[in-house]
Design a binder for this molecule. Structure first.
Ligand code: ZN
Ligand code: ZN
Length: 133
C-alpha cells in the first residue's frame, strides 16, 4: 500500500527537490534521498518517522527481554515443583542469556539457571531417596 505523492509536491527537507513519495505514517513528502524503508518493497517513511520507528522497535525488544528475564527467574523457582519445568527453564534462560539483549538485568537469567541447577540437585536427591526404599 504505497501512497504516491502528488507530482507538484516538493520534499519537506529539500525544497528544490520534487518529492517521490508521501511518508506512509505522517504524510510528509520525501524525495528519494530522504525516504527510509525496512525492505525495498516496503512503503517509505520520512526520516523523522524512521527514527521513531527504530526507537519503538528497540523499546519492544527491551520490554520483551525484561519479560523473559522475570519469566526465567520465576520458572527457575518453579523447577522445584516439577522436573519437566527444569527443561523449560534451562532452555528459556540459556536462550535469553545467549541473545545478550538483557543489559543490566541479565543476572535474573543467571539466577534462574542457578535455581534450576539447585532444583535439579534436589530432584536427583529426591529420586535417589525414593529409589533406595
Ligand atoms: Zn513521516
Ligand atoms: Zn529530501
Amino acid at each position: 500500500m504505497t501512497i504516491a505523492a502528488p507530482v507538484s509536491g516538493k520534499c519537506a527537507a529539500h525544497p528544490d527537490v520534487a518529492a517521490e513519495w508521501a511518508c506512509q505514517r505522517c504524510g510528509t513528502f520525501v524525495c528519494t534521498q530522504c525516504e527510509r524503508r525496512t525492505r525495498p518493497e516496503a512503503p517509505p517513511l520520512c526520516p523523522k518517522c524512521w527514527d521513531l520507528r527504530n526507537k519503538t522497535v528497540q523499546d519492544t525488544v527491551a520490554k520483551e527481554s525484561r519479560r523473559l528475564q522475570i519469566g526465567g527467574l520465576v520458572i527457575g523457582f518453579l523447577s522445584f515443583l516439577h522436573p519437566l519445568v527444569m527443561v523449560g527453564s534451562l532452555i528459556l534462560n540459556i536462550r535469553e542469556l545467549r541473545r545478550g539483549t538483557g543489559g543490566d538485568a541479565r543476572w535474573m537469567n543467571t539466577a534462574g539457571l542457578v535455581l534450576t541447577g539447585l532444583a535439579m540437585l534436589t530432584w536427583v536427591i529426591v529420586i535417589a531417596v525414593l529409589a533406595s526404599r
